[in-house]
Design a protein around this ligand. Sequence first.
Ligand code: SF4
Length: 339
Amino acid sequence: MTDSSSAPKPVANARKRIMAGMRPTGKLHVGHLLGALNTFVDLSRRHDCYFEVADLHALTTKFERSDEIAADTRTMVMGWLAAGLDPEQCTIYVQSRIPEISELYTLLSMVVPVSWLERVPTYKDQIGELGSEIATHGFLGYPVLQTVDIAIMRGQGVPVGQDQLPHLELSREIVRRFNHHYGTVLLEPEAILSETPYVPGTDGRKMSKSYDNGLMLAETDDETLTRIKTMYTDPTKIHKTDPGHPEACPVFFFQTAFNPSMAPDIAHRCRAGKLGCVEDKADMARHLNAALAPLRERLRAIAAKPRFVDEILADGTKKARATAQATLAQVKAAMGLSG
Ligand code: SF4
C-alpha cells in the first residue's frame, strides 16, 4: 500500500472540479433523471463540472455495435440538455474525441496490477450476466479508464452512489500508486455521495434500457399512460377492496417521487382497500406527465435545432481537451517521457 498523505486534497466547502460520465445510452428514461441527471444539474449550478459522454466505456460491452454509438451520443446529450444542464455552466464532451485520454490510459495501465482489476466485484458479476465474450482486455481495464477520466480532467469530486464507492476507492488507490512512483502529479478524487434511488421499471425490476421497462423522457403523455397501465403492482391486490402493500409497488414509488404531498393518503387508501390500481395508475401518470412537461417541451425545442448538440459537443470537447493536454504533459514530464 502506498502513502496518500502527500496527495493534494480538495478544499472543503469550496467550488470544486466535478467529473461525471455516462455511457451513451440513447433515449433516457426516468431512472436516469432520478438516479443521475437531477444530481448533475444541481452540481453544475454550484461547481465547475465536466460531464463526459463515455463512449469508449460503451465499447467494452458493445464493441460489435459501435455504429450505434454516435446516434446514441446525440440523443443522450439532448436528454441532458432538456433535463437542465446548461452548456454555459458546465463542460460537456465526448471521451473518444480526446486522444489524450487513451494515451494516459496506456501509461496508467503500466502501474496497475492485474489482480486489482480482477477483484472488482462487478467484473465477475457482469461476465456472469452478459457472457464470457465481454471478458476482453478493455473490459478488465474499465476501472483504469474510469480513473483516467477523472484524473485527466483534474476531478476533485465524483458523484457516486453507495454501491459505486468501491470503484472510486480503486481509482484513489491507482492514483496513489502512480503518485508514489512519479511524485504527486494526479489528484485523489473524493466521493460526493449522492442519493441514487432504486428506480423500478414497469415490470418491477430496476429500470433499465436492457430490460425495456423504462418510462421514457422522450415520449408523449399517452405513450407514458399506456406503459403505466401495464405496470406491475402489488400482486396480492387483485380487487380494489383487497388491502395492498404500497411499499412494494412501483406505482407508489412514482407517486412518492412526483406527487409527494398525496403519498401518505394514497398509501393509507391502498392499505385500507379504498383505492384501486387502475385509478391510482391514471393518477400517477397525470402527475408524472405534468412533471415531465417542461423537460419534454425543451426536448422538442432542441430537436428542432439539428446543429445545436453538435456545436455544444464541439465546444465542450475543445475545452476538455485543453485540460487533458495539460494534465498529460505533467504526467509525461513526471515520468521522464517528455521532450
Ligand atoms: S393501489 Fe396503487 S399503490 Fe396500491 S397496489 Fe395498486 S397501484 Fe400500487
